[in-house]
Design a protein around this ligand. Sequence first.
Ligand code: V47
Length: 390
Amino acid sequence: MNNLNVKDRLRSIRDKVEQGGRLNMDDGVFLYSPEVPLHEVGQLANYVREKINGNVGYYNINTHLNPTNVCVYRCRFCAFRSDLRDPKGYAMSDEQILHRGQEAVDNGCTEMHIVGGLHHKLGYDWYRGIIEKLHNAYPKLHLKGWTAVEINWFEFLTKMTSKEILQDLRSAGLGSMPGGGAEIFHPEVRDQLCEHKANSHKWLEIHQAAHEVGLKTNCTMLYGHVEQAYHRIDHLLRLRDLQDKTGGFQTFIPLAFHPENTKLSHLKKPSALMDLRTMAVCRLMLDNVPHMKAYWIMLGIGTAQTALAYGADDIDGTVRHELIYHDAGATTPEMLTVEQMKQLINEAGREPVERDTVYHHIHRNPDNFQEWTVGEEVSLYGKQPELTVG
Ligand code: V47
């Protein structure tokens, strides 16, 4: 591609974006080409980000719970899983799980993010019971739990439909679903990473079922391993199609592959430049998903801050007890304080706003941090910003 072609194509993409048009497969793959300057893609994504979310940088106060790491699957990118008889394998007791709930409440958390392995010997009732027990003991804590891969496993265990399972989990206290398990939908890649687990149709069907029973969900894409640009864009287009139907996705989280301790440990971790380009391209392709999360645990703090100018409007939470990325070599701290979260958003020139899982403002009692109330839903701008692109 010569320089003139690059400029012309970029101009036509910029026109499309400014006029509210949609980018297609060719546009997306083009934006990934090294000839296209990163700052140009970033500037365009920032335009969309400010149009939708203004100058706000969202964060929440949350904790993670991985009740077991024992898993029937052997995904090649995963450093967290364990075999049933491996000394590393664990399954938490009710007491340990409830202790985590108490710790969360004591620390002012509004959300618990719950995911784990698919244990060979534990039935659906164990997984359901975790939600029910936590919800009964700590009803104010939002439980964002079980990925589509777990729901698919519960289908296998119970012979219930995904909709019946989701309704049942909702009645037990499930508040929403995280976006994990999506990896890369395209079978050319998925079959190399995790051939046995829920395929793209299943993953999307389960998220559609969740949206239909009134649960909001997130969506993700695992990048920087064996995939190519067209696999990533194909993935984003499949998510965009479902969002057109249901509107149930709240946040998209691009997940950079961490190779350490995985079966793909010979691969290099994606660079910060790749992380920023991916955030920007995702913001531009997913024009119907309101939020983009720069997950600081996975990106590192500096890149997460920079991503707030490349399409992201959210940096996830304070986080405690994260294992999936730390087992795979993440060097980020185990958690950040609220003051640190606010500072890093401020340093990036954005206005820090605490949200709950489903994007309502959180109001804290200034005299007692543990006391909080849920305010209004965040308002999306949906109007042209003052600035112009380019
Ligand atoms: O599905 C696993 C990925 C996901 C590795 O919904 C890896 O708010 C990189 O989905 N290197 C789980 N990625 C994490 C996840 C998530 C994280 C934060 C917020 C939300 C949300 C969801 O992590 C897995 C997989 O795609 N993953 N191992 C690895 N070695």
